[in-house]
Ligand binder design. Structure first.
Ligand SMILES: [Fe+2]
Ligand SMILES: [Fe+2]
Length: 206
């Protein structure tokens, strides 16, 4: 929808080489998405409609944390610790300091992270659907017998991230004239593609 580039085909192989690392990174991405939505509520409590939308979004992202935690537990693993996310850091460095640009940029950066997550979770959904045996959870005993269809879970998560992109764009729209919004989107779109292209392919979402 707003992305200027497509993920390189080699990313999927690198991302799924260490499924434990990928799922752990994904869990922290979902946690940070929930935290980011709530931090916008903390910083902008007077924006009534936004508080409602962001609160609901945080709620849904938290449910994604639970879903990814289940995928990890089904495999007999525990989530690994969070690692610095160069992609998000570089994008957040583009957020300007003064209002209303600060809020506009925070919403647009969130929209780009959601859009890229939508693209990549979609790639994972298709890849996992094509290779179910490799990614199936082992049978580990009665308490871990649930075996989610990884492809189906990722398909649902990818759909949600697309919807979240639209929510952030809708929250950004009233803040500035349409021309300024289009210019900023075009700039951030190019920056996002540059930032992504400079990063190595690892077992991570970004
Ligand atoms: Fe999510
Ligand atoms: Fe999201």
């Amino acid at each position: 929808m707003i992305l200027a580039s497509c993920t390189h085909p080699r990313w999927f192989v690198a991302a799924t080489r260490d499924l434990h690392a990928l799922l752990s990174d994904h869990l922290h991405c979902e946690r940070k998405a929930a935290e980011n939505a709530l931090s916008l509520v903390r910083r902008y409590p007077h924006r009534g409609a936004s508080v409602d939308a962001l609160g609901r979004l945080a709620h849904e992202e938290t449910s994604h944390v639970v879903q990814v935690a289940t995928l990890i537990a089904e495999r007999g693993w525990v989530p690994r610790g969070d690692l610095p996310n160069q992609y998000a850091r570089a994008l957040l460095a583009e957020v300007r300091g003064r209002e209303p640009e600060r809020l506009l940029d925070a919403l647009l950066v969130a929209a780009f992270i959601e859009a890229r997550s939508h693209e990549r979770l979609g790639l994972l959904a298709r890849g996992f659907a094509d290779a179910p045996a490799k990614t199936a959870a082992p049978t580990l005993g009665p308490e871990t017998r649930v075996n989610s269809d990884l492809g189906a879970v990722y398909r649902a998560l990818a759909t949600a991230e697309e919807r979240h992109t639209r929510i952030f764009l809708e929250l950004a729209e009233p803040l500035v004239p349409a021309r300024d919004l289009a210019d900023r989107l075009a700039y951030l779109s190019e920056r996002e593609a540059e930032i992504l292209a400079a990063l190595p392919h690892l077992s991570r979402v970004h």
